[in-house]
Structures are given as C-alpha cells and as structure tokens.
Design a protein around this ligand. Structure first.
Ligand SMILES: Nc1ncnc2c1ncn2[C@@H]1O[C@H](COP(=O)(O)OP(=O)(O)OP(=O)(O)O)[C@@H](O)[C@H]1O
Ligand SMILES: [Mg+2]
Length: 219
C-alpha cells in the first residue's frame, strides 16, 4: 500500500538521509533527491500537496520539522492509501539556493522554521524576501526550538517581530526538548519516542501543528 506521506530531502548535506536511514520502521516513503531535483516534477501529477520546509539559515530545525511533521501526518492518515502530503527538506545555505528554487517550482506552500532568537531574524528575513515571497507561494513562519523554561518573553518578542514584518506565522510553537536532539542518533521520529512526559509534550507540539495546518485529512 503506498504511503499517504512522502518525505524528500534535497539537502546535499544529507543529514535527513542519515537520520532516516537509522529509523528501522519509517512511517512514510522517503528519498534523497539533491542530485536530480528535477525528479520532483513528477509530484505535480500526483495530486498531493507539496510543502517545502525552507530557511537558508543553517540549524533552525528544517530537518527536525520535516521528519516529525511527516511522521505525525503519516500517523493520522495511516489508513489512507493515496499520496496526500509531500514534505521537502531543503539546504540551510545560500550556496545551494538553486536547489531550493527548484523545489519551490513544485510547491503548494512553504513552512519557514525559525528559532526565537534575534540572531536568526535577519537571515530568515533574507530567505523570505529574496526567495520565498518572489514565488508568490503562501508561506508561514514556524517558531521552533522555543524553550518554555526561559519564559514567554522570547516567544513574544519573536511574534512581535514577525507581526512587524507582516509575516504570516503559525500559532503553534515547537518547543525545545532534548528528545528531539537525541532523535537522529537514536533513529526515531516523534511518533516513535519512548513514552515519558517530555516525549508526550514533544509529540503534542507536532500533532497541534498538523491540526493548525489542516493536514489531518482530505487534500
Ligand atoms: N525543537 C527542538 N528541540 C530540541 N532540539 C532541536 C529542536 N529543533 C532542532 N533541534 C536540534 O537542533 C539542531 C539543528 O536542527 P536541524 O538539523 O533540524 O536543523 P536544520 O535547519 O535542518 O539544519 P541544516 O540547515 O544544517 O540542515 C539538531 O541538533 C536538532 O536536533
Ligand atoms: Mg537539515
């Protein structure tokens, strides 16, 4: 039975494939396509919604968001046998902008992960104004790696900044949990984390995000 979710990486750094290869029971179809990103053209005929996860700033959580959002959506749609959502993980560097532009050709929308840190604001703004907005695609910024133990100030400051920029953003933040950091080494996605309080909260964030994005069913 074909999976309802397909995750693709076009990052030549290939950390996604490194992580995905460690997962024994991947809940979605997966492939690495940085050498032949034009292969993605085939996605246009599938009728699936194609979501590109993009931010040319490195280390903001693109891979973490792609694999875990893919996992929860695959979980919700596990009884569906038609491809519905494609998530494309993209490079975190300016050098590979051509790869990102290629992926955007086939996208329906874009998710831009950003940590709630002022240092990340300017590089994210560059990706949005120079690369994402010119495509005319709908996009939303996603606050990732927010540590609730630091209080709400960082989150509020980030939301104020995004509002001032006129960026559409997701209400659901992805909180910072050690379980996410360890997941790539342990070869797990969020639906496969051990059952404990932190894992529950980590999972909750991604299910909330999937609901806010409306990826729970249909197309
Ligand atoms: N919500 C989170 N909680 C804890 N750790 C996180 C979270 N999001 C990301 N990380 C960690 O931060 C690091 C960078 O994340 P990730 O690899 O997903 O970013 P990236 O944007 O894909 O990076 P690159 O640009 O290099 O591809 C990783 O070690 C990851 O485990
Ligand atoms: Mg990555």
């Amino acid at each position: 039975m074909p999976a309802a979710v397909y995750v693709v990486s076009i990052d030549p750094q290939a950390s996604t494939v490194w992580w995905a290869n460690r997962i024994t029971d991947l809940p979605f179809d997966f492939s690495q396509e940085h050498e032949t990103p034009e292969n993605l053209a085939i996605l246009k005929d599938t009728g699936a919604k194609v979501h590109v996860i993009a931010n040319q700033k490195g280390g903001v959580g693109k891979t973490t968001v792609t694999l875990n959002l893919g996992a929860v959506v695959a979980d919700v749609l596990k009884n569906q046998d038609e491809l519905q959502h494609v998530f494309i993980d993209t490079p975190g560097s300016l050098q590979d902008e051509n790869l990102l532009l290629e992926a955007l050709k086939y996208a329906h929308d874009v998710i831009v992960p950003m940590p709630p840190e002022p240092l990340a604001f300017d590089p994210t703004a560059r990706t949005i104004t120079k690369v994402v907005e010119p495509t005319g695609l709908p996009y939303k910024v996603l606050v990732n790696n927010w540590d609730p133990r630091d209080g709400e100030a960082d989150l509020k400051e980030t939301r104020d900044y995004m509002t001032a920029q006129g960026w559409p953003f997701l209400e659901t933040p992805i909180r910072r949990y050690k379980v996410h950091t360890r997941a790539s080494v342990e070869g797990r996605v969020v639906t496969q984390y051990e059952d404990n309080k932190a894992s529950f909260k980590a999972r909750e964030d991604f299910y909330r995000l999937a609901i806010e994005l409306g990826y729970g069913g249909g197309k």
